[in-house]
Ligand binder design. Sequence first.
Ligand code: GAR
Length: 187
Amino acid sequence: MKRISIFVSGNGTNLQRIAEYFKDNQEVEIVNVVCNNPKAYAIERAKNLGIPLRMITKKEFNSQEFTEEMKALNLDLIVLAGFLWKIPSSLIQAHPQKIINIHPALLPKYGGKGFYGEHVHEAVVAAKEAHSGITVHYVDEVYDNGEIILQAHTKLDPNETPDTLAAKIHKLEQAYFPVVIETIINN
Ligand code: GAR
């Protein structure tokens, strides 16, 4: 059995897709959803999906106790699916090459502090980039920096808006993220 934890801060469309993708897979269990935002719609999704929910405060998140709690879950993978806090070193060190993140742009461009969700798409459209895409990468101690596992591209149209680009990016995320997760946990 492969054991996954999914960290979320927002809408939770990736959480939903990943949970549905693995629903009938007896070899994969989503052990819990960790959420830092009491207003996140992802909370409703976790409840509807029947996945245990762990709400956290910043103080708890950065504590050694939280790292111990996660270690005790014996996870094969921690998936950051729209999770917006920086991961503390202790959690990273306790899970070497076992934490991955999805970023809605082609890193190293449009990464780092302040670049999340729609802010990324606004910046990409404003810069009139020809392409954007998604990056799935391992998480290290520098924000949006770890080894890249997969990138998928999409073209920007001449009349692209942040909203139309966001829709394209979500499609890529839905198509690729669960498959990347499956590949990683099976290797
Ligand atoms: C996704 O587009 C993800 O790539 C992005 O947040 C969105 C979450 O959507 N992540 C980041 O910006 C990380 N820096 P969701 O909550 O509907 O899955």
